[in-house]
Design a protein around this ligand. Structure first.
Ligand SMILES: Cc1ncc(COP(=O)(O)O)c(C=O)c1O
Length: 394
């Protein structure tokens, strides 16, 4: 990888040390240009006319995203965020009273809130799969609970929002594929940093966002809809005239592809930017990104572990480009201000993002640092020095 060139493509590298890629990454210039140029055309030629003119180019969003997930373009829908994508998939499942949703303590809070809302409205039960001693999902317990409860849904976050843990999604898929259970995978934090083969996961649905490790814009997400979900006739609770056709006064017909989950009105400029972000990544190669990130994160983790009064918190036998740590004797606000003053972008995560996980770890908040391939070893060293200095002040 030509890191100098990549950093030249990334204007934000000049002003700050951006280690908040799990929040929102820095867009490459090409991505921001694709959005700006598209908006400029809309300004001059009109929104509908611009979409028509660029129809072929916009289609590439689906083919590139399909390449990313090793699936076909017909399996991809564009959404406004990972939550939008996740909720649309969730809304397609016909829940009945006492249906079981199986999930883990490491799943994303908004997903859990949606389950609680379903519980309030439809009386579904939420059951948690145990974690192993090393932190990831216990596959034996998963198998046992699937057999025992015949869940309607298994929902897993590939990588949680607040730790570097990576769930073994392919092994999970190998279990769940043998049961009549819908598998919804939240890949919000993994897309763009880990290679994900949709078919290998056996997931019915995969939700994701562009602004994080994919380096796309905010306000853009995707939904993978498997062939089996399409064949089962799963469709969002509220399709509109993009996803379906009003074919008779009492009848509508859904599209045959994943775009039945889309709405008619869409931010085409963001779709165009997202397409560019995927193209950028495909050109670099996800395997190269993974290799580079592994090196950066390994160095960073080892350095942080050696600093007194710092506790690195991540669990899991496989870990990725998210590191969380706690700092003795300082508080959330002071830590946030400290890094801001040093022009280092990190995220301070509080316990509402990881209610159970943080309770088990005995903390209320943590610093989340998430490097990506365009960061340099020098930036990592500057960050480590800043943490060391902070720990001494504490
Ligand atoms: C694991 C995970 N899932 C889902 C989401 C929600 O993504 P969005 O904000 O795009 O809806 C996040 C956001 O941080 C996340 O970390």
């Amino acid at each position: 990888m030509d890191i100098d060139l990549i950093r030249k493509d990334t204007l934000g590298c000049k002003s700050n040390i951006h280690l908040n890629n799990a929040g929102a990454s820095l867009m490459p210039r090409k991505v921001a240009d694709a959005i700006r140029d598209y908006i400029s055309e809309e300004e001059i030629y009109g929104g509908y006319e611009t979409a028509e003119k660029h129809a072929n180019e916009l289609e590439k969003f689906y083919t590139y995203s399909a390449t990313l997930l090793h699936c076909q373009a017909k399996n991809i829908a564009f959404c406004t965020s990972a939550t939008d994508s996740f909720d649309k998939a969730l809304s397609s499942i016909p829940f009945h009273r006492n249906d079981v949703i199986l999930t883990t303590t490491n799943d994303y809070p908004s997903n859990f809130i949606a389950f609680l809302s379903l519980q309030k409205r439809y009386g579904v039960d939420i059951i948690l799969v145990d974690n192993t001693r090393t932190g990831e999902i216990d596959l034996e317990d998963l198998q046992h609970k699937i057999k025992k409860h015949s869940p309607r849904l298994l929902s897993i976050s590939h990588v949680p929002t607040s730790s570097g843990l990576v769930q073994p999604v392919e092994q999970i898929g190998a279990i769940v594929k043998n049961y009549d259970c819908i598998f919804l995978l939240d890949a919000c934090q993994s897309l763009g940093q880990l290679d994900l083969d949709a078919l290998q996961t056996h997931a019915h649905f995969i939700s994701g966002t562009f602004r994080k490790f994919l380096r796309g814009p905010r306000g853009a997400g995707l939904l993978y809809v498997s062939d089996k979900a399409l064949e089962m006739g799963l469709e969002p609770l509220f399709p509109d005239l993009r996803g379906a056709g009003w074919t008779a006064v009492n009848h509508y017909t859904s599209r045959s592809d994943a775009r039945r989950f889309e709405h008619w009105e869409t931010a085409y400029a963001l779709l165009n930017g997202s397409k560019e972000a995927v193209a950028y990544l495909l050109k670099l190669g996800i395997e190269n990104v993974q290799k580079r990130n592994d090196i950066l994160v390994h160095k960073l983790r080892n350095k942080l572990i050696s600093i007194p009064h710092i506790k690195v918190l991540d669990r899991g036998s496989r870990q990725c480009s998210i590191i969380t740590f706690s700092v003795e004797a300082t508080n959330e606000t002071a830590a946030k201000t400290y890094f801001q003053q040093k022009k280092i972008n990190v995220h301070i995560t509080d316990k509402s993002s990881a209610l159970v996980d943080f309770r088990e770890k005995g903390i209320d908040w943590a610093v989340r640092v998430s490097p990506h391939y365009y960061n340099t070893e020098q930036e990592i060293n500057i960050f480590v020095d800043a943490v060391r200095e902070m720990s001494m002040q504490a």
